[in-house]
Write a protein that binds this ligand. Structure first.
Ligand SMILES: [Fe+2]
Length: 228
């Protein structure tokens, strides 16, 4: 459970790194199309963070405390989510305006907005893993099995939405490095090969111009960042 969560957190970190490392060059030498695509890519990352945290707050974390017989045990995570809510919203609002043509893409501005929330978010992503590891102390529960079942249902529900399939799902695929540690997480996410292939063809190409800024390709292997 903690391992799977840490993979997702690493994907989030890999995603924001790709924005941080390319924003200056996209803003200075990118075309208008590059800038709008980049703003969309960066904006989708904020949507992903939002989706990740709201599903934790609403569906995943509260039952953990109940099962552990310590209601509110995992509230510490929800409280930390609230800590960077406003700053991340300021960042996503700015990106939205760039997409709408109401603001110019300024690399330094993107960097300073990321600097306003990312240290706290980064600390939170680490802290949350600790709380998941510590759960083992509270109840003799097969947490891995519980988590797998719960997350399986959550993913099924999310993938039922077309918008999710063409926005957050592709971003998660291009943010996961399957080559890490000699491929120790190659089979993550646990999607059968043929099904993954079908999903790729059906949904990842729809907004493919956004995903070109990601650290990994459609198969989940590292690639050059075009504006780094
Ligand atoms: Fe998380």
């Amino acid at each position: 459970m903690a391992a799977e969560m840490s993979i997702v957190h690493n994907c989030l970190i890999r995603g924001i790194n790709s924005v941080y490392n390319q924003c200056i060059n996209v803003a200075t030498r990118g075309t208008d199309t590059d800038k709008v695509d980049f703003a969309n890519y960066a904006f989708q990352w904020t949507e992903w963070v939002h989706e990740h945290h709201s599903s934790e707050d609403n569906t995943l974390l509260p039952p953990m405390g109940e099962i552990a017989r310590v209601p509110g045990l995992m509230d510490v995570n929800t409280n930390e989510h609230a800590g960077f809510h406003d700053t991340i919203t300021e960042y996503s609002d700015y990106l939205k305006k760039v997409i709408q043509g109401k603001e110019e893409l300024l690399g330094e501005k993107v960097k300073s907005l990321i600097d306003s929330f990312m240290p706290e978010l980064h600390t939170h992503l680490g802290n949350e893993i600790e709380t998941l590891v510590n759960l083992e102390k509270y109840a003799k529960v097969d947490w891995d099995a519980w988590f797998k079942k719960k997350v399986g249902r959550m993913v099924k529900e999310s993938m039922g939405q077309y918008e999710y399939r063409i926005s957050i799902f592709p971003l998660s695929i291009v943010s996961h490095d399957k080559s890490f540690g000699d491929g120790v997480w190659q089979s993550f996410p646990p999607i059968p090969y043929m099904f993954a292939l079908a999903l790729r063809w059906m949904y990842m190409y729809k907004n493919q111009h956004w995903w070109r800024f990601a650290g990994c390709d459609f198969k989940g292997y590292p690639k050059e960042l075009p504006f780094a």
